[in-house]
Each structure stands twice: as C-alpha cells, then as structure tokens.
Design a protein around this ligand. Sequence first.
Ligand code: ZN
Length: 151
Amino acid sequence: MTFQPDGSVSSYSDPQDHLLAAGWLSAAHPFDQGATGEPSEHELFCDRLFAACRSNVVAKMRGYHFCEFCGPEAVRDAAAPSGWRVLDIVEERNGLKAWLGNGEVRVTEPSGIRWTAPTMIYHYVVAHSYRPPRDFVEGVLRGTFDPPATI
Ligand SMILES: [Zn+2]
C-alpha cells in the first residue's frame, strides 16, 4: 500500500472528489497511537469502522494487501504458483468477520468534508493502536458512509 499523509488530499482518487486520506500507513513513517476517545466512544468508533470495512467497501482492488507492520504470513498452498500463499488479514468483532486490505471506505462528515481510508485501517486501529485524525473519527461517529460498490 502506498503511504499518504493523514489529512492530505488523496492521490488515489479523482482530485475533484477532494477526498482526505486517513490510515494510508507505511512502516517507513511514524503514526499517532492511542485510543480515539473515552473507552465507550472508542468502542463505538471501532464498531462503526468495523461495520463499514465489512459492508461499505468501495474502490475494490484485485487481491489483498498485507500489513507492513505484521509482515506477510505465508502458508503452503499447492495451488499457488510459488507453492505459498500470503494469508489475508481477517478481523473479528462481535462474532462477525471482515476480510481487510482489498478496498476503501469513504465517509462524509456532517460538515460535508469527505474522507477515504483503506479497509486495513480497522486492523491498524485494533492491532497497532493507530489513532486516526480527530476529524475522521468524528466522521465515522457522526457521518455517513458511502454505500458499497456493486462491482
Ligand atoms: Zn498488522
């Protein structure tokens, strides 16, 4: 995944869309860490973000990206050309599973400002204590997610 600074205009999408980037992390760049708010607000943020990364995926890509911080975890797979296959990032919450790393979620703040984040952002939050920009957190808590892409 290509690094984009938090809060910068996303270079992955049409500049006219003016989407701000959140969670486009890279192992080469430090990132903010910590809870996004009081424990109950952090839980609500994680619940809403997980639901969106599971059900509101847009800009889907072929294949999956692995987490640069965990590194690729490979398993033997006779069907793969190399004989090995990199495991997908799968997160569970409240008994549901989400396969992360193959698309984006987009959220519009009540003010109209729009954000785009890779679905991997949920993994970064729960596994690596990543703390997204405050305005993105507000958007997730009070804003509206784009509907899922149909292709
Ligand atoms: Zn990771």
